[in-house]
Design a protein around this ligand. Structure first.
Ligand code: SF4
Length: 441
């Protein structure tokens, strides 16, 4: 079977490409060409029948990924499936199931059947769960078996931590936080215990064969992503990134699509450099970033600390943003926290789309401006990223029964929009619609 990547190398425009291009409002040829260069990926496992394909790459709208999944301490299949629907309703573009524990195949099957967006996993979580969380019993063959089973089920993309090598472990020990990636820490533990090289790296060719067979996109995991500002942009992080760059090339040579995962925690002023370095080292492969979190001192608000970083990262080239929820560093997110994370990241993604002047990205902002100026509350709620919350806040602040040409923020007499429309000031304050459309205000 030819993969999506091999088809585009042959010049083919598949139905999945046409669907993705329509969504992006670009020509299918543009999607095909970006895919062929490897600067975009279109994760699409043919066994995932419910999927509406979406393309990820710097030339296209920034996408948002939501993580859900059972922990060993908390939650159930039903709760996580409910969270999946909350994330989808909130508008996530991608979804990853990070569940650990027993019977993960059953949960995943139920999710994939109902999931219309690209669906991802981290196979080492299931492999470690399958051997009773006993690192000694975790064999290379179990890892390959899990990857194959998940691919058969219809998983569209998988995080494979193949870039963290034995030689990197001493670098991680120099850090303040060490290794904070769950998958990275497990692989490091496995290498130390078995005194062998990373099995994802040593069995790489077989992993590529499986991913080629089922047309699974590889998301190259960043097992050494920095987990605090003090560890950002260090030797360990960039040593792993260099390996990821070579793995991107081998994915392409094998006809498999690849994207690369990235930090983590980064000071704001290091984000641009990190995005540019990844593009250079990984030959333009799409960058899938977690945040980055730009300060370590706001637990409880890490959807905000990370969104500040995500907006900057997206502006400088990241293509897929992994949601961080308010419970990051503190606990397994609830459904409400998953929603808060997705909403925060949709805002970050849209802000970057506008800043990058993507076709049509600003049109909705300008429509909102017109509705705001006209006190058309209904239209404002329709246009809002989270119209339900916007309506609730408006309703709770209203002093009078009917919708009005002001709100409780300033009150009628002090309403700046209302007053600026008065006859005395209109001629100075009126902003022609033509200016809005041209982007001059
Ligand atoms: S009252 Fe103030 S916040 Fe409310 S619509 Fe008028 S200017 Fe805007």
């Amino acid at each position: 079977m030819m993969t999506q990547y091999e088809k585009v190398l042959g010049g083919e425009i598949t139905p999945a490409i046409r669907t993705a291009a329509r969504r992006e409002r670009v020509a299918p040829e543009q999607v095909r060409d970006e895919l062929a260069r490897g600067t975009a990926v279109l994760p699409f496992n043919p066994a995932h029948h419910a999927l509406a394909p979406a393309v990820v790459g710097r030339a296209f709208t920034i996408k948002v990924n939501a993580n859900i999944g059972r922990s060993t301490e908390k939650s159930s299949n039903e709760t996580e499936i409910a969270k999946m629907h909350v994330a989808l309703t909130a508008g996530t573009d991608f979804l990853m199931d990070l569940s650990v524990g027993p019977n993960l195949g059953e949960l995943r099957r139920a999710m994939i059947v109902e999931c219309p967006v690209p669906f991802g996993t981290v196979p080492i979580y299931e492999a470690f769960s399958r051997v009773g969380k006993n690192i000694e019993a975790l064999s290379e063959n179990v890892l390959l078996e899990v990857i194959r089973e998940q691919a058969e089920q219809g998983v569209d993309f998988m995080t494979i931590h193949a870039g963290l090598l034995r030689s990197h472990i001493p670098l991680a020990f120099k850090r303040m936080m060490g290794i904070v990636s769950r998958g990275g820490a497990l692989i490091a533990e496995w290498m130390v215990h078995h005194e062998r090289e990373n099995p994802f790296f040593s069995r790489w060719k077989e992993i590529l064969d499986i991913c080629h067979c089922y047309d699974v996109t590889i998301s190259l995991g960043d097992g050494l992503r920095p987990g605090c500002l003090a560890d950002a942009s260090d030797e360990a992080q960039f040593a792993e990134l260099d390996v990821l760059g070579t793995l991107v090339k081998s994915c392409r040579e094998h006809g498999v699509q690849a994207m690369v995962e990235g930090p983590g925690h980064l000071p704001f002023n290091q984000i641009e450099m990190n995005m540019k370095r990844q593009q250079w080292v990984c030959d333009g492969a799409p960058f899938f970033v977690l945040g980055p979190v730009v300060t370590d001192i706001a637990p409880g608000y890490d959807h905000i600390t990370s969104c500040i970083g995500a907006t900057m990262a997206a502006y400088h080239g990241a293509a897929l943003l992994c949601c961080v929820t308010p419970s990051e560093h503190l606990g397994l997110p609830t459904a409400d926290e998953v929603k808060a994370g997705v909403m925060a990241y949709r805002i970050a993604a849209h802000a970057a789309d506008v800043a990058k002047s993507l076709p049509g990205a600003r049109a909705r902002d300008d429509e909102m401006t017109r509705a705001r100026k006209a006190f058309d509350w209904k239209k404002q709620f329709e246009l809002a990223i989270d119209g339900e919350t916007a309506r609730q806040r408006y309703e709770q602040g209203r002093c009078h029964g009917e919708e009005e040409d002001s709100c409780s923020m300033c009150g009628k007499e002090f309403c700046a929009i209302r007053n600026s429309k008065s006859a005395a000031t209109a001629k100075f304050m009126e902003v022609p619609d033509a200016n809005l459309a041209a982007g001059s205000v």
